[in-house]
Design a binder for this molecule. Structure first.
Ligand SMILES: Nc1ncnc2c1ncn2[C@@H]1O[C@H](COP(=O)(O)OP(=O)(O)OP(=O)(O)O)[C@@H](O)[C@H]1O
Ligand SMILES: [Mg+2]
Length: 289
């Protein structure tokens, strides 16, 4: 079996049929309320609408991504907690969303007690990675919405991911707060996931009329250079309204400034991840080795 990470081009190579694995991307920032969930939902839905087969994994016990998409837990009560502890395979807790090509692993409040339950067991940061292995060939992208902490849930997300993207709120102290996350990423790279890369940072709740937003943009450019995404997500009332309608912004108000900015961000992600842009509408078929 050949694992191909950088592209989902499905052609055969030297007569070998390729098993293409989803790229796994974590949206992380230990600071709360910076736009992780809004971005995870908006990007996942946008990429799904563009034809990529996307799984959004809600790894936050608050389960805001789940409710923001109007998704219910699995009808038989199985959830991510059960899958995390190996009681059911992860594929059995996946539910469809109202968006074509977008599936969801709903969040589970029970994950709050994870650290206590797992203790210091060896390999405890790689449990999600193992759980995702079976379903990776079924998707183009798996996007993980992380909770606002650098605890075991975030470590598991970073242990499973190839890439991490970081929303940065255009606010005072947002860059200072990032050093903790960057240290965590470096720790993960050095210990249990050397494959992990910081794919990029993007500004959220940006207000071009304020000096503060402009200053944060300049600082972020200085710190991150090319890794700062060009797309800036504006502070946009439609983005704060759409979760209460259970709809992602690209469905709730596709003409809004929020939807357009997430479309631009999705375009940059496609470039950086070297995804096949000519994806046929409707997503990809599953491949087998
Ligand atoms: N660009 C935006 N414009 C206006 N409101 C926004 C924007 N992005 C997010 N919000 C709102 O800000 C709040 C926090 O956003 P969100 O839940 O996405 O952050 P988070 O980082 O996931 O939070 P947490 O750390 O608690 O998980 C929400 O009420 C959301 O609707
Ligand atoms: Mg969140």
């Amino acid at each position: 079996m050949l694992r191909l990470i950088r592209t989902r081009d499905t052609s055969t190579l030297s007569g070998l049929k390729l098993l293409i694995m989803a790229q796994i991307i974590a949206l992380a920032n230990q600071k709360g309320g910076v736009g992780k969930t809004t971005s995870a939902v908006s990007i996942s839905a946008q990429l799904a609408l563009l034809g990529f087969k996307v799984l959004l994994l809600d790894f936050d016990p608050q389960a805001s991504a789940t409710s923001g998409l109007g998704v219910e837990r699995h009808p038989e009560g199985r959830d991510l907690y059960d899958a995390f502890f190996g009681k059911v395979p992860l594929k059995d807790v996946i539910v469809p969303s109202s968006i074509r090509n977008l599936s969801v692993v709903p969040g589970s409040h029970d994950l709050v007690s994870l650290e206590l339950e797992i203790g210091r067991a060896p390999g405890r940061e790689l449990i999600l990675r193992s759980a995702l292995a079976d379903i990776q060939p079924q998707f183009d992208l798996i996007i993980i919405d992380c909770p606002p902490s650098s605890g075991l849930l975030t470590l598991n997300a970073l242990g499973a991911a190839q890439s991490v993207i970081v929303p940065l709120q255009a606010e005072y102290y947002s860059l200072e707060g990032l050093s903790g996350l960057l240290n965590t990423i470096a720790f993960v790279q050095q210990t249990f996931n050397p494959e992990l890369q910081l794919l990029g940072v993007f500004l959220t709740m940006y207000d071009a009329r304020t000096n503060l937003s402009l200053q944060v943009h300049q600082e972020a450019e200085k710190h991150f250079g090319e890794r700062l995404f060009r797309a800036r997500i504006p502070r946009n009332i439609k983005l704060s309204e759409c979760p209460s309608h259970g709809l992602p912004i690209c469905k709730y108000d596709p003409q809004s400034a929020g939807a357009k900015s997430y479309l631009a961000l999705a375009g940059e992600l496609i470039e950086r991840l070297e995804l096949n842009k000519d994806k046929p509408e409707g997503g990809s078929e599953e491949k087998a080795a």
